[in-house]
Design a protein around this ligand. Structure first.
Ligand code: AGP
Length: 609
């Protein structure tokens, strides 16, 4: 999922574009490029690899000009190369265009344009768009874009500049996110507001099938038929500090250490100081008609889908409603049983994940109400929902999701308490008991963060292990999947998460004395079952790293490595047991000298299918 930035104003565009691309690099880092208009000429610079390579090339041969666009790429069509890097140009090199998304009908258009004499120099889907602009251009770039949009199928956020209109940027959106930043004597466009934060806080989001033309003192937004639309300008509250590493070596460890504070902050927002009840008033949940809901469907991807699985346990337990938790990419194509008595809950950190966005649309098309749990206000999934619960994790920059996961777990637990109280399936005393225990979680996470020497030793011991198995039961089964995902996506070690009860049905064949097995065994109803599974692993000379409740000496007698977390209610334990899993993946990755914040082949928000 690529990052897009554009600037037109009275300052040199390149430094502003590079600054913005730096904040979007988590979206993709296969190649980067800029195009700047100066004296009615286009100057394009592109480099393979991280943004640093582009910045170095621009250092060597600077591009001057006060209007320009820039791109950081996550390759979909065509390997990372200079030819496939954006911006792309037309035959006459009069137009330069950047794109985030996938043009699904690009081959058909390419054949048609090739027959008409156009020559293509890249393997990308994007290049056909700039040749279509060339075809449709008759003196008005915005009109050329509108005509081009009518030919395109798929997802796109596009921006184009031309030597014919030196101070103009035209942008368009269908599916992929795009925002406009309003300044004094300048205007900008970007994939998200954080890229423009150093310049302006006044932002408006371009909606589905809309286009925009920006100039230093003008901004026009219109729909695909050219009808003008008044922008809804919002003030962004994010601070620059929020999106910088500070004294931490990596965003990931910074975000892991932010978890106690964010839990404290969310509890302060969500627990009414007078009644002690859970309060979601700002989410206007009443608009969902919860009293009529007979079934809940949770849809999400990756880490968010693991939170959804824990959410299923929480809601079924507290609200006694049937819940299905599904990965969004499967949900949207499996012809699900959904109707007006179904509530779909979509979970997404970025709020831009294409499969989750499409799953909501599909569920709403079938009559369901949509509630989203998002971390990014104003994101596409937020705007596509009937109601939203913000999880308030703050900006999450590291590609590997950590604090957003914990914030999602907390928000799902609080929502299940709210729903249980509303439906009368959860009594006041049990609710108060859980809320009280939640109030102790910030310190308990802090204790885990302050006491992880054993974990660091484990990371050293196992950093060369070729494989890992993660086991958990009940509320901690999804955490086993999450622990495996964290290790895979960061250290590139193959890791499998599995329900401990399932191990005997196959995965146990993997066990030998070189195969580390991480077992989540906090105190609770399934503790004895976990202990039996650990015995089965030990019987095959397996090596166990146990995540256990502080003071559990029995497990220490059984396992080589025990990482303790403070005691808590079984339901709340995933909020604690996930922290050592995040740290284990982090330390193994740093020991292997790999890029913690920008792992290979990944991107922070997946805006294509
Ligand atoms: C998690 O570390 C990954 N970055 C990835 O699995 C992520 O959770 C998934 O792409 C969903 O993203 P979202 O929460 O922004 O929708």
């Amino acid at each position: 999922m690529c990052g897009i930035v554009g600037y037109t104003g009275d300052e040199q565009a390149v430094p502003i574009i590079i600054e913005g691309l730096k904040r979007l690099e988590y979206r993709g880092y296969d190649s980067a490029g800029v195009a700047v208009v100066h004296d009615s000429a286009l100057c394009v610079t592109k480099e393979v690899g991280k943004l640093g390579a582009l910045a170095a090339a621009l250092e060597k041969s600077p591009s001057v000009g006060a209007t320009g666009i820039g791109h950081t790429r996550w390759a979909t069509h065509g390997e990372p190369s200079r030819a496939n890097a954006h911006p792309h140009h037309d035959c006459a090199k009069s137009f330069s265009l950047i794109h985030n998304g996938i043009i699904e009908n690009y081959l058909e258009i390419k054949e048609e344009l090739s027959r008409a004499g156009h020559e293509f120099v890249s393997e990308t889907d994007t290049e056909v768009v700039v040749h279509l602009i060339e075809e449709n251009y008759s003196g008005d770039l915005l009109q050329a874009m509108l005509a081009t949009m009518k030919r395109l199928k798929g997802a796109y956020a596009l921006a184009v500049v031309t030597a014919h209109e030196p101070d103009t940027i035209v942008a368009a959106r269908c599916g992929s996110p795009l925002a406009i930043g309003f300044g004094d004597g300048f205007n900008m466009i970007a994939s998200d507001a954080s890229a423009m934060l150093g310049r302006t806080r006044r932002v408006a989001y371009i909606d589905e099938l809309q286009a925009a033309r920006i100039r230093p003192d003008e901004c026009v937004i219109c729909d695909i038929d050219g009808a003008e639309i008044e922008p809804e300008i919002k003030e962004v509250t994010l601070s620059l500090n929020d999106i910088e590493k500070g004294d931490h070596p990596h965003f990931m460890i910074k975000e892991i250490f932010e978890q106690p504070a964010l839990i404290r902050d969310v509890l302060a927002r969500r627990i009414s100081p007078t009644s002690g009840e859970v309060d979601f008033s700002e989410a206007r949940l009443d608009e969902l008609g919860l009293e009529h809901v007979e079934k809940i469907l949770i849809v999400a991807c990756g880490t968010a889908s693991h939170a959804g699985m824990v959410g299923k346990y929480y809601i079924e337990n507290m609200a006694r409603l049937p819940v299905d938790a599904d990965v969004a990419s499967e949900f949207r194509y499996r012809n699900p049983v959904v109707d007006e008595k179904t509530l779909v809950i979509a979970i997404s950190q970025s709020g831009e994940t294409a499969d989750t966005l499409a799953a909501i649309k599909e569920a709403r098309r079938r009559g369901a109400k949509a509630l989203s749990l998002v971390n990014v206000e104003g994101s596409s999934i937020d705007r596509e929902s009937d109601s939203r619960i913000y999880v308030y994790a703050g900006p999450e920059i590291a590609v590997a999701s950590t604090k957003a996961y914990t914030a999602q777990l907390l928000s799902l637990l609080l929502f299940s308490l709210y729903l249980g109280r509303k439906r009368g399936t959860l009594d006041k005393r049990r609710c108060a008991e859980l809320v009280d225990e939640l109030m102790s979680i910030p310190e308990k996470i802090q204790w885990t963060l302050d006491n992880h020497d054993t974990l660091k030793a484990c990371s050293k011991t196992f950093s060369d292990a070729p494989n890992f198995l993660y086991l958990g039961r009940n509320y901690n089964y999804p955490n086993a999947l999450e622990g495996a995902l964290k290790l895979k996506e960061l250290s590139y070690i193959h890791a499998e998460g599995c329900g401990a009860g399932e191990m005997k049905h196959g995965p146990i064949a993997l066990i030998d004395d070189k195969f580390p097995v991480v077992c989540l065994a906090p105190a609770g109803r399934v503790y004895e079952k976990m202990m039996s599974n650990i015995q089965e692993i030990k019987a095959r000379h397996g090596v166990v790293v146990a995540i256990a409740t502080e003071g559990d000496e029995e497990i220490a007698r059984l396992c080589e490595h025990v990482i303790y977390v403070p005691a808590t209610d079984e339901m709340i334990s995933p909020l604690l047991t996930v922290v050592p899993l995040q740290l284990l993946a982090y330390y193994i990755t740093t020991i292997k000298g790999l890029d913690v914040d920008q792992p290979r082949n990944l991107a922070k928000s997946v805006t294509v299918e």
